[in-house]
Every structure is written in structure tokens, then in C-alpha cells.
Write a protein that binds this ligand. Structure first.
Ligand code: PLP
Length: 429
């Protein structure tokens, strides 16, 4: 395709033709592998299993039932309710797991990672923030803001109160913005509970609220990425006003607004949904981590999110990004699982991988785990001795318990919770 006119002048702008979208980056090989050979339990049982999508497919039966009981909320009829799932989860997944494409390509913003370490479970410390800031200053880059994701993608952990306070005092001192992405707020499935930055702000009147902006969407907690419902909850009126003006071309359709407003206003349904969702995510998390642990694979201890942060350092031939990429290719091409390598999240320690666990049914999960088991059996000698905890019988002994049996730890994410919540649960028309 030519981007140049016959007189040598560019046909399209640099923005339209540059590689900022990163679709040509090697990370897209995983998507391509899945696209060209997708797993199907009967039609393509040896195909690639999609484990790169942070998607929540575990609660659709609840939503379908609600739709059947509330036909006036949508133009969907009972006959069409089975299509709801496919429409709700439809998404352009040709993105990268980190924010580079989402934030940088169109805006020109530069993202600088705050480097965190496994030694303290990748905690965002004041030291790490100061180091990242100092590095930027040294490189003559004006820092405009701090972007945090709470609960974290890809870690599946929540930011504790002290970390959030630290982030608030850091941005206040530097006089920069804080964008807090709370898109996974209701995926917390066991304690510690989620704490919104909105709560931290309430603690201290000295904080400059004009600097704080919360973002949210229904893509993760409710599992509706196809509906494209996003929220900016800013304490800064000028930002809200500007967002309102800019949203003209990207409004959520009125049909979707009508349906979602009605659903979110149904306190009884939302309360039940959140409880069930937490229970199902807890079961899935337990089944998966148990299965991995049985073959000696550890994951970061997490309590939220739609994924696991899996430690495969023991399988690297050396501790480099190249070795991680080589292992990733083996996982895609031989194990046939599309997972995301740590380097695609700017993780500074090679050997970590994110696997999404909530975008598949139980049967597919069993296949995925069996494949990992087989892979470990074949490559067991490469696994670090100290990290080994082999079972004499390597068959995965998963107990696929009924949902009702699931341990449901108390979780205060409900529409009736007295604590201030992320805008999601309280959202009203
Ligand atoms: C932390 C985080 N923020 C935002 C998004 C974007 O979600 P969407 O555009 O589907 O609402 C994602 C999607 O994976 C995410 O993980």
C-alpha cells in the first residue's frame, strides 16, 4: 500500500501511518496464532486456547435470566436473549495488554513504567514512584500524571490504603494528575477488600481533588466489553465538561443506556450478581492455581481480576527478555495457549506471564490445564529444583465443585455497602 503521492508528498498523516498501534509488534503473534487456529472442543480440539483476553464469561446465565424477567428494559425479545452473550462480549481485541496503544498512539502521550519487583509482590512504593519521576526529569520529560490500575492488571492484586495514600501525597507534592483505573473493582473475590481512591480523598481535605480522575467501564466486572460503556469520574469540573464535549462522537447508544440503566438500578439483581460473580471467580481462581501448583507452577498471590500472574522463571534458559519471548513462542506454538508475556506489560523481571482464566468454560479450562501439565512433564528437568513440588502422580487433581459449595469470603462490594464505592456500582442515570 502506498502512503506517498506521485509528487513524493505523503498521502496520509504520520499518525495514520506510524506503528503506534503496534499491530505489527511481535506480541500480536499470539492473537494471529489464535485467529488462524482457534480451539473448539469438538471441531478443533488441538487449536489454540485464548488465554490473552481479560474477559468475564462466568455469569452470563444470571444476566440472561434478568433480561428474560425484564423485557421492557431492552428491545431484545425472549427469542433473542441467547444472542445477548455474543453481543455483550464482542470486542476489538487487537490491542496490547499494557496501555501503550490505548493511550499513546492517538494522543502522543508517553508512558514511563514505574518499575516494581517481585521481592515485595510488585508493590507500588514511594521509592519506585520517585525513581520513575527522577528518570523522567533526567530525560527532560515533563511528567503530567500518574496512572494506576486498582485492582491491578496484570497482577490481580489490590492497592492497599497506604499505597493509595502514598500515591495521593506523591501527586499532590509534584502537582500532577492521578488517573485511577478501577475497571476491575468488582472482580475482588476475597479479602482484602477493594478500596477506591474516592475513599482516600475523603480522608484528607488537604488533597487537591482537582487532580484526581477515576475511570471505569462495564467491560470487566459485568463482562460487557461489547457495549462500550465507559465512565470518567473526575473531581475536576473542567475535565468533566471537556469530556462531555469530546464524547459527542463516541456516545453510548441510547438503547444500551436504557438497558444498562435499568439493570444497574435493580439493586437486588446487582447485589446477587456481584456475590455470585465473586464466588465464581474465586472457584475459577482456586481450580486454576491448584492445578498449576500441582505441577510446580506458582502464581502471585492475588484476590481480584480475571487472570493469574504466573511465575515461569524456572523455565527460562536465562533471565532475559529474549528467553522469555522464546518461551512465550513455545507456549503459543507448541502448548497452544495464547498467554501474555510479562515484557508486554513492561515487567522488568523476565519469566512472568499473564493467563486469563475467566473467558472460558470449565471444559476448556481443563484442556488448558492438561496442556500445561503435559508441557511441564516434558520440560520438568528445566524447572528449578527449588521451585519444584512434584506430585508422584502428575495428573491434575482438580476438584470442580459446584458453585454453591464455593467458599465465599465476605466481600463488601455490594450496592448497599456503606463505604464509598467505585462509580460503577452506584451508577445511575
Ligand atoms: C486496566 C484496564 N483498563 C481499561 C481496559 C479497557 O477496557 P474497555 O475498553 O473494554 O472498557 C482494560 C481492558 O483490558 C484494562 O485491562
Amino acid at each position: 500500500m502506498s502512503y506517498v503521492l506521485s509528487n513524493g508528498k505523503p498521502l496520509l498523516s504520520q499518525k495514520a501511518t506510524n506503528d503506534g498501534h503496534a499491530e505489527n509488534s511481535p506480541y500480536f503473534d499470539g492473537w494471529k496464532a489464535y485467529d488462524s487456529d482457534p480451539f473448539h472442543p469438538t471441531q478443533n480440539p488441538s487449536g489454540v486456547i485464548q488465554m490473552g483476553l481479560a474477559e468475564h464469561q462466568l455469569c452470563f446465565n444470571l444476566v440472561q435470566k434478568w433480561l428474560e424477567n425484564n423485557p421492557e428494559a431492552s428491545i431484545c425479545t425472549k427469542e433473542g436473549v441467547d444472542k445477548f452473550r455474543d453481543i455483550a462480549i464482542f470486542q476489538d481485541y487487537h490491542g496490547l495488554p499494557e496501555f501503550d496503544r490505548d493511550l499513546c498512539w492517538r494522543t502522543g502521550v508517553r508512558l514511563l513504567p514505574v518499575v516494581c519487583h517481585s521481592s515485595n509482590n510488585f508493590k507500588v512504593t514511594r521509592k519506585a514512584l520517585e525513581e520513575a519521576y527522577a528518570k523522567a526529569v533526567e530525560a527532560n520529560i515533563t511528567v503530567k500524571g500518574l496512572l494506576i490500575t486498582n485492582p491491578s492488571n496484570p497482577l490481580g492484586t489490590i492497592l492497599d490504603r497506604d499505597t493509595l495514600r502514598e500515591a495521593m501525597s506523591f501527586i499532590n507534592e509534584k502537582n500532577i494528575h492521578l488517573v485511577c483505573d478501577e475497571i476491575y473493582a468488582a472482580t475482588v473475590f476475597r479479602q482484602p477488600d477493594f478500596i477506591s481512591i474516592a475513599e482516600i480523598i475523603e480522608e484528607d481535605q488537604e488533597y487537591n481533588r482537582d487532580l484526581v480522575h477515576i475511570i471505569y467501564s462495564l467491560s470487566k466486572d459485568m463482562g460487557f466489553p461489547g457495549f462500550r460503556v465507559g465512565i470518567v469520574y473526575s473531581y475536576n469540573d473542567a475535565v468533566v465538561e471537556c469530556g462531555r464535549k469530546m464524547s459527542s462522537f463516541g456516545l453510548v447508544s441510547s438503547q444500551t443506556q436504557n438497558l444498562i440503566a435499568s439493570m444497574l438500578s435493580d439493586d437486588q439483581f446487582i447485589e446477587k450478581f456481584l456475590l455470585e460473580s465473586a464466588g465464581r471467580l474465586a472457584t475459577r481462581h482456586k481450580d486454576f492455581t491448584d492445578g498449576l501448583r500441582q505441577v510446580g507452577i506458582k502464581c502471585l498471590n492475588s484476590n481480584a481480576g480475571l487472570f493469574l500472574w504466573m511465575d515461569l522463571k524456572g523455565f527460562l534458559r536465562e533471565s532475559t527478555v529474549e528467553a522469555e519471548t522464546a518461551l512465550w513462542r513455545v507456549i503459543i506454538n507448541d502448548v497452544k495457549l495464547n498467554v501474555s508475556p510479562g515484557s508486554s506489560f513492561h515487567c522488568s523481571e523476565p519469566g512472568w506471564f499473564r493467563i486469563c482464566i475467566a473467558n472460558m468454560n470449565e471444559e476448556t479450562m481443563k484442556v488448558a490445564l492438561a496442556r500445561i501439565q503435559k508441557f511441564v512433564q516434558r520440560n520438568g528437568d528445566k524447572l528449578n529444583r527449588k521451585e519444584k513440588c512434584w506430585q508422584s502422580d502428575l495428573r491434575l487433581r482438580l476438584s470442580f465443585r459446584r458453585m454453591d459449595d464455593v467458599l465465599r469470603s465476605p466481600c463488601s462490594m455490594s450496592p448497599h455497602s456503606p463505604i464509598p464505592q467505585s462509580p460503577l456500582v452506584r451508577a445511575r442515570t
